[in-house]
Ligand binder design. Structure first.
Ligand SMILES: C[S@@+](CC[C@H](N)C(=O)[O-])C[C@H]1O[C@@H](n2cnc3c(N)ncnc32)[C@H](O)[C@@H]1O
Length: 220
């Protein structure tokens, strides 16, 4: 059997937020690197690797076979349609998709309205919109970090349903629960500031938001 591969820093960060002995659903798993790695490390007990497309699901099957992963099921389906309540999933990862696709997946499935479920999200785009969506729909971020992987900066958040819709400030979609003393987190927020600053050239109403973000990151 082949020697186990390493995860890249982005997937490693997602893996670090999965709880020990979890029953994991990796939605949009593609090569199934994350669940196979976690199973082979003995960190989790069971995994479903799901994907909306046949080809990536086939990639996942090859990874599971190549590395001899047991207790993994490969399922075809959109979002959480591939997961059943009887699977007793404790942790979900949705990584490597746009923020709006992630929001849609969460919104569509009643399975996500479970206060004991650990939901790990890694949006490739629109993380601000995703954070606003989460708080408008009764979810809360309890851990958020950023990581540099292959030269790019990503954010990863662990979220749970609280049933309380919480109002958030105008800067929160950009700062979330990030520690502002961390260099990598600041790099991520600064990318938001640059983007908003460009948008503010055509939309004056964004100028106060840009100023606030610059103030709290001491980037004047
Ligand atoms: C860029 S890959 C990410 C793979 C892996 N999660 C990662 O982060 O490295 C995105 C995968 O999500 C799948 N996907 C996109 N929309 C989906 C949906 N609504 N439900 C399930 N899978 C989806 C795609 O087919 C693709 O395999």
């Amino acid at each position: 059997m082949d020697k186990l591969f390493s995860l890249d820093e982005r997937l490693k960060m997602c893996a670090s937020l999965v709880r020990k002995s979890a029953r994991l659903a990796d939605v949009g798993s593609d090569h199934a690197y994350l669940p196979v790695w976690l199973l082979k490390q003995g960190k989790i007990s069971f995994a479903i690797a799901s994907d909306i497309n046949e080809k990536p699901l086939g990639n996942g099957r090859l990874t599971a076979e190549k590395y001899g992963a047991e207790n993994i099921k490969l399922r075809l389906g959109s979002g959480l349609d591939a997961i059943d309540k009887s699977d007793n999933i404790t942790d979900i990862v949705i990584a490597g998709m746009g923020g709006e696709v992630i929001s849609e997946i969460i919104l569509k499935s009643p399975l996500t309205r479970d206060e004991n479920l650990n939901i790990i999200l890694q949006p490739m785009t629109k993380s601000g919109e995703l954070i606003s969506f989460l708080y408008e729909n009764g979810f809360e971020i309890y851990t958020q970090r950023c990581v540099i992987s292959k030269g790019k900066c990503y954010t990863v958040m662990a979220v749970r349903y609280t049933s309380q819709k919480t109002e958030i400030s105008d800067i929160f979609p950009y700062t979330g629960k990030l520690d502002l003393n961390d260099e990598v987190n600041l790099r991520f927020i600064n990318a938001h500031i640059k983007h908003l600053e460009n948008k503010s050239l055509g939309d004056n109403s964004l100028i106060p938001l840009v100023k606030k973000l610059k103030n709290i990151t001491k980037n004047n």
